[in-house]
Design a protein around this ligand. Sequence first.
Ligand SMILES: Cc1cc2nc3c(=O)[nH]c(=O)nc-3n(C[C@H](O)[C@H](O)[C@H](O)COP(=O)(O)O)c2cc1C
Length: 161
Amino acid sequence: MIAYISKHGAVQEFVERAAAETGTQLFDLSSDAAAARDAVGGLPSDGRIVVAAPIYAGSIPKPMLRFLESVREDLLSRRVAIVLSCLYQGEEARIQLAETVPPWLVGHAERQFMIGGRVIMNELKRPVRFLVRKILGHDTDVDTMAWDEVPLLAAWLRGES
Ligand SMILES: Cc1cc2nc3c(=O)[nH]c(=O)nc-3n(C[C@H](O)[C@H](O)[C@H](O)COP(=O)(O)O)c2cc1C
């Protein structure tokens, strides 16, 4: 199963592609958190779960943090992969992962997929756009999405890696 949160659609599009390739059930934590909690509890002990989130202003969204804490024991007894969307790759992305994902999950997850990020300025409300301009130092769209990670995530979900 895949439990995700996405504000502007980049994470959603990524996990939807992986789910379509594998027939994996998707749970949007902004609307289906209770169903997602039940589904984690119902997974077999060798079941695989992907948790996917973007970074916003140095944090992952609260509904994801609440979900992770609420199913902490279930996650620790199952196979977990983290999917994280942020604007950076490489070392800076790893730093953001360490600063935003709870350490118990970073230590437990067997795979971490850093999928890049996407910001489309026209889709943002004015104050958010202002904030992004401050963070990025510019006002133009950014797209660093690593779509070539989709088949790798699909392979992990299928148990091939
Ligand atoms: C208001 C705002 C704040 C953001 N803050 C960060 C940040 O602190 N670090 C980062 O790497 N990316 C940051 N981003 C980029 C997002 O992580 C990226 O756009 C991501 O792909 C969004 O995923 P979503 O479309 O699924 O919501 C920010 C984007 C926005 C709009």
